[in-house]
Design a protein around this ligand. Structure first.
Ligand code: MGD
Ligand code: MGD
Ligand code: MO
Length: 760
């Protein structure tokens, strides 16, 4: 078969089919291609793919309704004709009986890189144009706390993340890069919509060669690549806020704060300073106080404060830190620390959010972005913060706090999911199962038999990206990619668009949904819009047919990284920040006015409700996996190469292992009040004692899904994590850290069955 151009969230590539496997060559302009491409090699015909429409037996026999059998039941294969009829009838029933406010269409998830077949965009457009709307979810699992907090205190998150300080500027100007949560290259290999050039490694090398000092504050040494030639400052998970408060205290008492900057560009430093010094409550937030909380020695805290003074310092705070209870605090404090050092708006200095967490950040923006599929109008104005899904389903009608509002959970009867995997992304999976059991109906479009598909009532087989035409592109990637198909659909799989078009027809709304276009028609239409937008800037690009044949289009970019803060520093009166004071809000009257004890008017330290104890002595870090994107293609070659005997690998310190009688490669059990799991032990000095690390993304594989404390034999950390919000302000996801107990597993370990499809 001929070679085609294609793209994924982890990179552009050329592909050719050879028998059952794919030959993949990374995009020629990519200086540091991602090994994640290896997961595509064996994906097309993997037995874990969904081959036919399937309906859960209990739902088929008893009809819609709450059912505790979800996750336990068998499936019945049906024809597409029957499947369409069942879905259309059920949508009609729920729409007529309860209205669109009983449909949850949040459908959170990353789906695939193509911008037209992007499954969330498809399901949202379908529910808007055909059903009149749906209850949506807001914010993300990625940055739930930061995206709500930052507009109160500095401005839109994008301006200090995607449009923050550029890697070029760091390579040229930064003297100290203080990275809370590190700058792991495993993370920057990924960007939503794709990235054609992986450049972070090169930029870090360049900066380090010039003499820039990288300091990674993290429980894991591997969060800073060797190229950065940096230092590792280990701290106890979840305690960065205490450390930063002590740094601020030290700078203050040593007279090392930039008081001119604080006076001119910030609001509320006096309140903050008084609190740091303990003027109100007699409790100084000094190095001794913080050391007892974060485990960093007093002398090291003092030395770090000194090292930050008088230098060009860039501070970055990884998404990970805010994916924890009170996750708002380290983000706010990172900004305050940069301000106290007088750095925001200087080349290579200041605060940039989540640098390196994704391949988007620190990059340049395209002059114009590829247009998104229009979503239509949602007639329902009800929403939840995305990670409150189980609360919503378990507590309809109950009130909750969010960003100054007192909202009510809607009463949902039907959830429609395409392109996401809640049994990957959500916390406390036993509780999530109970929540999904309350629904009348769960409809899922999937490529593969994920745990979410296994809890659904109707599973419709969706094509995967390699089986259809699309256009891949991200606002921060200068290449637009024609994603040409390399295979025909697996089994009876159909495109999400094709499925929704047929459902729309049966519900009498075909024209509203399709606007008379097929998939190719939409690609040409969206490309035409891009062409028009570029023409308005006097940029000519080839017509669609030529682009399609070329496979790649280079787009013009802006080089305006850090533009908001640079303009503000240059002239704060002419370019105020979009905050109430027009300045950096070290104190926020708006947040104070909400009256939340878990997120008061200036940043603070608040201890988490669960902490290590004799019962659960370890912190578990459940971070992003190095060998895949979330749970996508967990059955792929590269992902499987990172497992041992099919189980996910959990890292722990040799001291802890010795005490527990655990050797490298042993099967170990992690457990707490919510569940337990099996994993393979890996001993490493690169982790703090008292901390274990198990990445996310191993497909949830419970021995008994209905158990009160299920056992996942594959190693999915979300069987253990806590399902609580970051605070009343943002209600973000808190899955990154949780407390657990660890022991060696004795006896016969059950074989992993995650990739074996259910009976049907
Ligand atoms: N404990 C813990 N949990 C976490 C995190 C953490 O740090 N710790 N991180 C969180 C974060 S940041 C995120 S973003 C989430 C990610 O959570 P998700 O985005 O839900 O994870 P993915 O595995 O990317 O799920 C995408 C799903 O879409 C399917 N898919 C791909 N292409 C298509 C398509 O074309 N059509 C259809 N219908 N389906 C398709 C894939 O098979 C896959 O199952 O996880 C969160 N969960
Ligand atoms: N390979 C790969 N890359 C990815 C993804 C993936 O699934 N796979 N997912 C992408 C997505 S959607 C997102 S949102 C980003 C997420 O970006 P992040 O959330 O920043 O990524 P994580 O790997 O979860 O966490 C980064 C590091 O923070 C450290 N850390 C954890 N807790 C603490 C703490 O309390 N304090 C400090 N100082 N450090 C801590 C951990 O050691 C961890 O390795 O990653 C993106 N990149
Ligand atoms: Mo994310």
């Amino acid at each position: 078969m001929t070679e085609v151009m294609h793209s994924s969230h982890w990179g552009a590539f050329r592909a050719r089919r050879e028998g059952d496997s794919l030959k993949i060559a990374p995009f020629s302009a990519d200086p540091d291609p991602s090994p994640l491409l290896g997961n595509l090699r064996n994906a097309l015909n993997h037995p874990a793919r969904v081959a036919r429409p399937m309906v859960r037996r209990g739902w088929l026999e008893k009809g819609p309704g709450a059912d505790a059998c979800r996750g336990l039941d068998s499936y019945v294969a049906v024809s597409w004709e029957e499947a369409y009829a069942l879905v259309a009838d059920e949508l009609r029933r729920v729409g007529e009986q309860y209205g669109p406010a009983a449909i949850f269409g949040g459908s959170y998830g990353w789906s695939s890189a193509g911008r037209f077949h992007h499954a969330q965009s498809q399901v949202h457009r379908f529910l808007n144009t055909v059903m009149g709307g749906y209850v949506r979810s807001v914010n993300s699992y990625s940055s739930g706390a930061a995206s709500v907090l930052l507009p109160h205190i500095v401005g839109d998150m994008n301006e200090i993340a995607r449009r923050g300080v550029s890697w070029e500027s760091i390579a040229q100007h930064s003297e100290v890069v203080l990275a809370f949560g590190g700058l792991a290259l495993k993370n920057s290999q990924v960007a939503s919509g794709g990235l054609s050039e992986h450049t972070e490694r090169g930029f870090m090398l360049q900066a380090a060669r010039r003499g820039a000092r990288f300091i990674s504050v993290s429980p894991l040494r591997s969060d800073l690549p060797d190229e950065a030639n940096g230092e590792w400052l280990p701290l106890i998970p979840g305690t960065d806020a205490a450390l930063i408060l002590a740094l601020l205290h030290e700078l203050t008492v040593q007279g090392l704060t930039d008081d001119d900057f604080l006076a001119r560009y910030t609001h509320g430093w006096p309140q903050m300073k008084a609190w740091l010094l303990g003027e109100e409550d007699g409790a100084a937030r000094d190095a001794a106080w913080a050391s007892a909380i974060c485990g960093v020695p007093v002398a090291q805290i003092r030395a770090l404060a000194q090292a930050l003074h008088g230098r060009r310092v860039l501070i970055t705070v990884a998404h990970a830190l805010q994916r924890a209870e009170h996750g708002e605090q380290p983000v706010w404090l990172g900004l305050v620390l940069a301000a106290a050092l007088g750095q925001p708006g200087l080349p290579g200095g200041g605060f940039t959010y989540a640098l390196g967490a994704l391949g988007h950040y620190g990059k340049h923006h395209n002059l114009v972005s590829f247009p998104a599929l229009p979503q239509g109008k949602n007639g329902i104005d009800r929403f939840i913060p995305v990670a409150r899904i189980a609360d919503m389903l378990l507590h309809p009608g109950e009130k909750f706090h969010y960003n100054g509002r007192h909202l009510t959970y809607p009463d949902i009867k039907l959830a429609y999911w395409a392109g996401g995997n809640p049994f990957h992304h959500h916390q406390d999976l036993a509780r999530l199962r109970q929540a999904f059991c309350r629904l009348d109906t769960l409809i899922v479009h999937e490529n593969a038999w994920t745990a979410t598909a296994r809890h659904a009532d109707i599973v419709l087989p969706a094509t995967m990206t390699l089986e259809r035409e699309d256009i891949g592109g991200a606002p921060t990637d200068r290449h637009l990619i024609a994603m040409q198909p390399v295979a025909t659909p697996y089994g009876e799989a159909r495109d999400d668009y094709q499925i929704f078009s047929e459902l729309a027809r049966r519900l009498g709304r075909e024209a509203a949904f399709t606007e008379g276009r097929d998939a190719r028609g939409w690609l040409a239409h969206l490309y035409g819009q891009l062409q028009e937008k570029l023409a308005a800037h006097q940029v000519d690009v080839p017509d669609f047919a030529t682009f399609w044949q070329q496979g790649v289009l280079a787009l013009p970019q802006l080089h305006d990284g850090g533009r908001m803060m640079n303009a503000f520093r240059a002239d704060p009166a002419a370019h105020p920040l979009p905050t109430p004071s027009g300045k950096i809000q070290i104190y926020s009257e708006a947040i104070a006015g909400f009256g939340y004890d878990d997120c008061p008017g200036h940043p603070v330290w608040r201890a988490p409700r669960e902490q290590p104890s004799a019962h659960c002595p370890f912190w578990l870090i459940a971070n992003q996996p190095a060998t895949r994107l979330h749970s996508q293609l967990d059955f792929g070659d590269y992902s499987c190469s990172g497992k041992r005997n099919g189980r996910e690998v959990c890292s722990l310190h040799p001291q802890d292992a010795q005490r527990l009688g655990i050797a490298d490669d042993d099967v170990i059990e992690l457990f707490n009040a919510r569940g337990h799991l099996l994993a393979s032990a890996r001993l490493t000095e690169g982790i703090m004692p008292g901390v274990v690390r198990l990445p996310t993304g191993a497909w949830y594989d419970p021995v008994d899904p209905a158990a009160a404390r299920p056992l996942c034999r594959h190693g999915n950390p979300n069987v253990l994590t806590q399902d609580i919000g970051t605070s009343s302000l943002a209600q973000g996801c808190t899955g990154q850290i949780t407390v657990v107990s660890v022991r060696k597993f004795t006896g016969e370990a059950p074989a992993v069955a995650a990739f074996t499809p259910p009976q049907g």
